[in-house]
Design a protein around this ligand. Structure first.
Ligand code: BES
Ligand code: MN
Length: 455
């Protein structure tokens, strides 16, 4: 049996144990956005570090970042061979609304072809697919390339501290290529390489009116309700076509080329597939672009949360003193998050009524990225996918954000290959997230082939 075959067999023979190990990782409640979960974040980093050590990775350590630690490791025993930087994040999203979960969020539960649990997909599962592929090769033969690891704990909150951390460790993370499994695939049957990610600018908009909550009967009609004022402002942030109205919002947006329009039209991400995946009665958005272009290549503005007044059971006739909205913009080349911050402030200056006071806070930002698909790393991935799926991968831009990708390009000078087995119906960030196990097993085989292809 040749070395590739031996590693593939190993990965097939150890699937049950791989599931048990992933379940241990999922058990750790590493929710990055919540200060109260700091000890669990630390445990998540330690679990990942211990796993790397078990694989024989060297120099494994937790590096402080000012926020949650980065796990580093290396295996550099192949002088002359390329060095692959493996990226992953061990943090996960919060679990609310808890009442909609069918299984406990942190207890991995296998049902049919799926493993349920927070982080099963996005991305403890995807990270483990790479670590399992590495284990399979290490235990059955000689590892063909050099490895470095960058596992962060703040991806789900914008990789805030990475921007100041990476410049201090440029040499440590130097590599020929970064393998990043945090993107998704179009479907289980469509191996996918992502070449574009959107950036993000995340805000809170606070509106205040009276000095205290008021009786709505005594003051309604005379005092502008801050909840109403805020929603009036929000309504004005899009026109009737779904186009964002912040002044200058599209000034630096790169036009979409005819070629990209043509290529994107061939993807199986159709209006029907969006309807089917979301359960909405009808789609919405800029009608001169297809849904695939609207989510990948066009910028957007979303209300992520609203807070005001009485939302408990029953009724309370209150005119609330204040209102708050969480609003974020997905950004595309060549938009800049700071400029969007100024545009939002300008919009508020132009439209906010005199009846209220307001404040805009910027919570975080994440850069957009376009990756180069003409390099040996992406070619090795494409070939590995073709071997495992029996067809060539599709190339597309993805609407989500992964901050590290642009930071690695700009700070360290490393290009990423964006792949991953998260599927559109995996419920990532939602209740009942799940990992499609047949895809997970294929991902392990894809990564085994990838490492041998890179030799
Ligand atoms: N893995 C996702 C992003 C993703 C999902 C990319 C599916 C491609 C396909 C990532 O963990 C994520 O959710 N990122 C956040 C980052 C944000 C907080 C800066 C996002 O996109 O909302
Ligand atoms: Mn993720």
């Amino acid at each position: 049996m040749d070395t590739v075959q031996k590693a593939l067999e190993y990965s097939r023979a150890n699937r049950d144990r791989f599931i048990r190990e992933l379940s241990e990782f999922i058990r750790i409640e590493s929710i990055s956005t919540d200060e109260a979960h700091k000890p669990q974040i630390e445990l998540g980093a330690e679990w990942a570090a211990a796993h790397l050590r078990k694989l024989g990775i060297q120099e494994v350590k937790l590096l402080p970042t000012g926020g949650h630690p980065v796990v580093y490791g290396e295996w550099l025993k192949k002088p002359g061979a390329p060095t692959i930087l493996v990226y992953g994040h061990y943090d996960v999203q919060p679990v609310d609304p808890l009442e909609l979960w069918q299984t406990p969020p942190f207890e991995a539960t296998v049902k049919g072809d799926y493993l349920y649990g927070r982080g099963s997909s996005d991305m403890k599962g995807q990270l483990m697919a790479i670590l399992n592929a590495i284990e399979a090769i290490m235990r059955t033969g000689d590892f063909p390339v050099n490895l470095k690891f960058l596992l962060e704990g703040e991806e789900e909150i914008g990789s805030f501290n990475l921007a100041s951390f990476l410049p201090l460790h440029k040499d440590l993370f130097k590599a020929d290529f970064c393998l990043n499994p945090d993107a998704g695939a179009i479907s289980a049957d469509e191996p996918t390489i992502t070449f574009g990610l959107r950036g993000l600018a995340y805000f809170e908009v606070h509106v205040a009116g009276p000095v205290r909550d008021l009786h709505s009967g005594l003051f309604g009609g005379t005092v502008h309700n801050p909840a109403q004022a805020l929603t009036e402002l929000i309504s004005g942030m899009h026109d009737s076509n779904g186009t964002v109205t912040l002044p200058g919002f599209y000034d630096s947006v790169r036009p979409i080329s005819a070629k990209e329009r043509e290529e994107t039209a061939k993807l199986p991400t159709t209006p029907e597939s969006y309807l089917q995946q979301t359960g909405v009665p009808a789609l919405w958005g800029e009608k001169e672009y297809t849904p695939a272009l609207r989510t990948g290549a066009r910028p957007t503005l979303e209300v992520n949360g609203l807070l005001s007044g009485w939302t408990g059971p029953g009724s309370k006739t209150v005119l609330p003193a204040k209102a708050m909205a969480k609003i974020s913009c997905r950004l595309v080349p060549d938009q800049n998050p700071q400029q969007v911050h100024e545009q939002l402030i300008r919009y508020m200056q132009e439209h906010a009524p005199k009846t209220i006071t307001w404040e805009v806070k910027m919570l975080h930002e994440s850069p957009w990225a376009i990756t180069n698909t003409e390099n040996s790393g992406v070619r090795a991935l494409a070939a590995a996918m073709e071997t495992v799926w029996g067809k060539k991968p599709l190339y597309r831009r993805e609407g989500g954000s992964i901050g590290v990708v642009a930071m690695l390009q700009n700070i360290v000078g490393v290009e990423s290959g964006l792949v991953g087995g998260s599927l559109p119906d995996d419920n990532i960030h939602s209740p009942n997230p799940r990992l499609h196990l047949p895809t997970w097993y294929r991902n392990m085989e894809e990564f085994i082939h990838f490492f041998f292809n890179m030799k």
